[in-house]
Design a protein around this ligand. Sequence first.
Ligand SMILES: Cc1cc2nc3c(=O)[nH]c(=O)nc-3n(C[C@H](O)[C@H](O)[C@H](O)COP(=O)(O)O)c2cc1C
Length: 356
Amino acid sequence: MQRMSYPEIREELEIIWENAKPHMAPKCRCCRECNSVNCRRVESERAKTAERNYRKLQQIKIITDTLYDGGDGSEIDSSIELFGKIFRAPVSSAPFGNVKNFNPNTRFQSDYFFNKALIDGVSDAGCLGWTGDTLDAPGESVYEGPLRAIAERNGLGIPAIKAWNKEEMQKKIILADKAGCIAIANDIDCVGLPYLSVNGKGKVYPKTPEAIKDIFSITKTPYILKGIMSAKGAEKALESGASGIVVSNHAGNVLDQALATVEVLEEIKRVIGNEMVIFVDGGVRHGEDVFKMLALGADAVMIGRTYIIAAEGGEARGVELYSQKICWELQNAMRMTGCRTLKDITKDKIFITREF
Ligand SMILES: Cc1cc2nc3c(=O)[nH]c(=O)nc-3n(C[C@H](O)[C@H](O)[C@H](O)COP(=O)(O)O)c2cc1C
């Protein structure tokens, strides 16, 4: 894509947001600021966790200081190495399973095309993409189509497998390995999804760290547990042999009245140190939010809902532009705080307000 200025990117994203509206209706209104307040995706009376993710993050501010030697201004480096690959910024699109289910008016024919837009868009921007998993849609596997999109980008993507039984999970791990994925995830918190719980149609259930280690023993690919919300949970993830975790509450879809991800992040980092890669998601909407999450200990960040809007409104180009916007904002926040590399983003660069 031709290099565009930040105002140009924002202008085009406004059009993309408008274009997305018919495809996101009726569950999502494509609000300018996606804060879950008006959100009917999670029924309004049960959107408290998602809203808290966003609100808590906004209660943290960034402390600027531009009195430093900034060279010729081109020295900001937001790149990161993850699982042996270099990315332009620690920003990734989150996994989503079964687009026709959550977006009845989606522009995409199948989960393959939806995820192709996501994976191609983030990859074109130099970022990372994840794919999801759930009960299969009629006539297609919502896991395998998206895996094909990852394989077509030389394995640059991470599929998140649901907490099925051992046999089903291992089948999916083998498929991920065939696609050459750089890492494989398991969204362990999916056990709270109403349509997947043991009482519903699906069969997902909690497992011990030993059981998880046993399931993943068939692969040499690093694995990540998504849905960690406490230091204790992070310690168990470490016991399970995971190389990484995602501090996540599944966009608030698995439990109302949960803590915000940003509230538990620092304690998790304190306990885990550098033993595992720490991803975090929940209410991240701007590059400045990425900066705050990094200051509190995250290595990388995932963004959910707004990437769906970017894909529905502008396919791969929308996703690429949205990624460019986030990267620009992150790099600008780094410039404004004297952070030349991600390592310089430390807690003293942020201010936690009294409301937090
Ligand atoms: C419509 C929708 C579908 C989702 N499907 C999955 C999924 O299949 N697997 C998964 O691990 N997480 C899934 N998630 C959770 C996201 O991956 C991510 O954790 C969350 O959206 C991040 O919060 P945010 O939307 O506030 O950025 C889904 C979220 C949404 C909104």
